[in-house]
Design a protein around this ligand. Structure first.
Ligand code: C2E
Ligand code: MG
Ligand code: MG
Length: 738
């Protein structure tokens, strides 16, 4: 695809060609336009071409190894050389070796040995071969003046005559002096055994030691053994290929090393040239550009591309040497988004810098840590012999992180979730390793943050299953494969049914009955919980309305419906529930919404606001799985709620009499709730002992397998109608069994 800019460059040049050369048939290749600033339009007897000039040096001549070949007899085999200096090109008569051209060079009709060419300058090589040099920017700016300028008109015959005159006057020596005025390079002419025959000195201090006094010395004795060896190798290669050979090296001058480029070329079998060029500033810029391209500018750590290159090298090394083992760690800072969003990006950046320093301190020089993106770091641990070693290092990283960072009056407690993957022969590319380390990190996060996980095949299978589950869930929604089951909730004092909790079930033709624990969290992650939760709310309300239509049903019969985190934080929740209450003519007090303690704790102020709005509608609020979300009890009074549901883990813990925790927690939750005027429901009552104990603490309600498992709609309806036996409650003992 040619950009508009490139297209307009081509058009502009075509216009110039049309006017200057009276010939539109130039073939303009748009490749290179983007990287070029200059362009040379060349016309020979048989050729006409446009050259974009992105490089620093071009040779021009009849021979086909020239960068710019002009097919005309009047053009010397090596006629001229273009050198880029200070942003523009110099043209020098003759070859890079200093051998002058036969017909000479005319710039704007004036014979010259060298000239700094300006946009619009014409260069004549002989009567039928000439070129025009342009600066692309100026082509755009001054198209008309360039094209119409009278003194730029070419006059090939005149050019040829002047060129001959110049050639005759030329100094017939080896021509090296001709370069002096424009070329800063040191050029050494030597024979096949290395004896220096001539030197074009350089004004550059780096080359001050290399003067005419070295003529007749051996080039191999003038430079370091390394450079001498490279010159000798380059001579051999130049002899074999006929092409100039270049290499980079460092030259010691004034107690400092300077980067240089050396180009060795062969004129004939006994004449060689070595051109030494100071490339220190270019190297400096190159190194800086290279560094910037491979490092993160906030932390100074290597970036993603650097990391990928290094990891790739290690993978290749591992493939050749089975004993070489390494580990790749994917580190994700926990809750960084909250810090960034609440304290601002500047503090977020500083936080990341602190973390990067701490992580780096834990690693050895041969390990590599990179900032992979925002709050993600990747680490390569070299030479890890066992999983235990990788774990040890990971623990060290986590310990180093787990100290507070003070930033502008805020004390932040960093932690990270880390995924570890160990090298093995199956890994042939970095992406696979990164994918697995990321996956393990993700598992660590899901397992409660500030943890690490080691990748294993099972994990991979889990992901495959997860992806399948997601598509199955989507299909299930379309095919109405979900059903609500209803678990009775009983008043522990009166032993009467007071209501139900609606619990979703999935009937899948292949999987059979699937319980919510197997899909709710996935549905939450994929966002499918939103349509699923809406369906459950609507279906629950429809069922509640149905029950209340039955004659003789307790008007206080309630239905508890669970809300997911996404539903709870959705902006239209209150409106949605208000609509359902209206559509199904439900008495709001009969609908109880369950929100887990952990959801509430994610953003307590937001929760308080939503609770107030919901309670305005008249519906009741229960905190589900109470005791598992680490909420501060002192906070509880701020939540406008109607009931707490003691998590069933505390109820089952009561079985372990040796550990008094179950009792203590259940009892204190009941006490606390009652003090706040809130009812308590115990989940997971599985046996008579649970019931008796909870009743003795004055716990208000209970649900559990001791009374009934979740029932399908028909059975629950039969219970509501009094058509099903309710034997458990009737038989429940009132004393603690001995
Ligand atoms: P939950 O809201 O805490 O529901 C109680 C869970 O405990 C239910 O599991 C129930 O079957 C189970 N259970 C009740 N009594 C006993 C007992 O005596 N012993 C044992 N071991 N378990 C008992 P279930 O139905 O598998 O639901 C699991 C969780 O899935 C629910 O926990 C709830 O958080 C979620 N869930 C269920 N339905 C929905 C729904 O429609 N929407 C949302 N967002 N979440 C739902
Ligand atoms: Mg619940
Ligand atoms: Mg629960």
């Amino acid at each position: 695809m040619i950009t508009n800019r490139e297209k307009s460059t081509i058009d502009a040049i075509a216009t110039i060609l049309d006017r200057s050369f009276n010939n539109k048939a130039f073939d303009i290749d748009p490749a290179n336009i983007a990287s070029s600033v200059h362009v040379l339009v060349v016309k020979g007897r048989e050729t006409q071409e446009v050259y974009f000039l992105p490089n620093n040096r071009y040779t021009i001549g009849r021979n086909n190894d020239n960068d710019i070949q002009i097919l005309s007899k009047g053009v010397s085999r090596y006629h001229a050389t273009l050198y880029k200096r200070k942003g523009t090109f110099w043209i020098i008569d003759g070859s890079t070796n200093g051998t002058p051209s036969t017909n000479g060079l005319l710039i704007n009709q004036k014979a010259c040995k060298s000239s700094k060419i300006k946009s619009g300058d014409t260069i004549s090589f002989c009567s039928d071969s000439y070129a025009v040099f342009f600066e692309i920017e100026l082509v755009h700016k001054n198209l008309n003046s360039l094209v119409n300028s009278p003194d730029k008109a070419l006059s090939p015959n005149k050019a040829l005559n002047s060129a001959f005159v110049t050639a005759k006057n030329q100094n017939e020596s080896d021509g090296i002096e001709n370069f002096l005025s424009v070329i800063p390079e040191l050029i050494i002419k030597f024979d096949s055994s290395g004896v220096i025959k001539n030197i074009k000195e350089s004004k550059d201090n780096v080359f001050s030691a290399y003067g005419k006094s070295l003529i007749e010395a051996s080039i191999f004795s003038c430079f370091s053994p390394y450079i001498s060896k490279r010159i000798s190798l380059a001579m051999g290669a130049a002899r074999m290929t006929g092409n100039a050979q270049a290499f980079d090296c460092e030259i010691d001058a004034n107690n400092q090393k300077t980067s240089c480029e050396v180009e060795v070329s062969m004129e004939n079998k006994d004449v060689f040239f070595a051109v030494f060029r100071n490339i220190q500033s270019r190297k400096h810029i190159e190194n800086k550009l290279l560094h910037d391209a491979l490092h993160d500018n906030l932390t100074g750590l290597p970036n993603r591309s650097f990391f990928i290159k290094k990891a790739d090298l290690l993978i290749q090394k591992r493939r050749h040497n089975k004993k070489h083992a390494f580990a790749l760690l994917f580190v994700d800072i926990d809750k960084f988004k909250i810090i960034n969003d609440s304290l601002g990006h500047l503090i977020g950046d500083e936080f990341i810098v602190h973390i990067s320093k701490r992580l780096k301190k834990c690693l050895r020089p041969q390990d590599i840590i990179a900032r992979f993106g925002g709050d993600e770091f990747t680490i390569l641990i070299n030479d890890v012999s066992s999983t235990d070693e990788a774990i040890l290092i990971t623990r060290r990283l986590q310990t180093a992180l787990a100290k507070p960072i003070k930033l502008e009056g805020h004390e932040l407690m960093p932690s990270a979730s880390i995924g570890i993957v160990l090298s093995n022969e199956c890994y042939t590319n970095v992406n696979d390793m990164l994918r697995d380390a990321d996956l393990a990190m993700y598992q660590a996060k899901a397992g409660g943050r500030s943890r690490f996980e080691i990748f294993d095949q099972e994990m991979h299978q889990k992901v495959v299953n997860f992806i399948k589950l997601e598509s199955d869930l989507r299909q299930a929604l379309r095919r109405n494969e979900f059903k609500l089951f209803y678990q009775p909730i009983v008043c522990l004092k009166t032993q009467k049914l007071v209501g139900f909790e609606a619990l979703i079930r999935w009937f899948n033709p292949d999987r059979g009955l699937v319980n919510p624990t197997e899909f709710i969290s996935q549905a939450e992650e994929t966002g499918l919980i939103v349509p699923l939760g809406e369906w459950a709310l609507k279906e629950g309300c429809r069922q509640l309305d149905n029950w209340h239509q039955i004659a003789g049903v307790d008007p206080d019969l309630t239905l508890n419906i669970n809300l997911s985190s996404k539903q709870f934080s959705s902006a239209n929740l209150t409106q949605h529930i208000a609509d359902l209450l209206e559509v199904f003519s439900i008495n709001p007090k009969n609908l109880k919404l369950e929100i887990t303690e952990s959801i509430i704790m994610e953003n307590s102020q937001f929760s308080i606001d939503v609770f107030h709005r919901l309670r305005k509608l008249g519906v009741q609020i229960c905190i589900d799985d109470f005791g598992t979300g680490y909420s501060s009890l002192s906070y509880l009074h701020r939540f406008p709620i109607d009931a707490l549901k003691i998590d069933r883990s505390f109820v089952s813990a009561m079985d372990d009499a040796a550990q008094n925790t179950g009792f203590a927690i259940a009892q204190s939750v009941v006490g606390l709730a009652h003090n706040l005027g809130v009812k308590v429901v115990a989940e997971g009552i599985e046996n008579a002992r649970h019931l008796v104990w909870l009743r003795s603490f004055q716990c208000d309600y209970g649900q559990g397998y001791f009374f009934a498992k979740p029932l399908n709609a028909e059975k629950a309806t039969a219970l509501v109608k009094g058509e099903m036996e309710w034997s458990y409650i009737q038989n429940a003992p009132s004393r603690l069994p001995s």
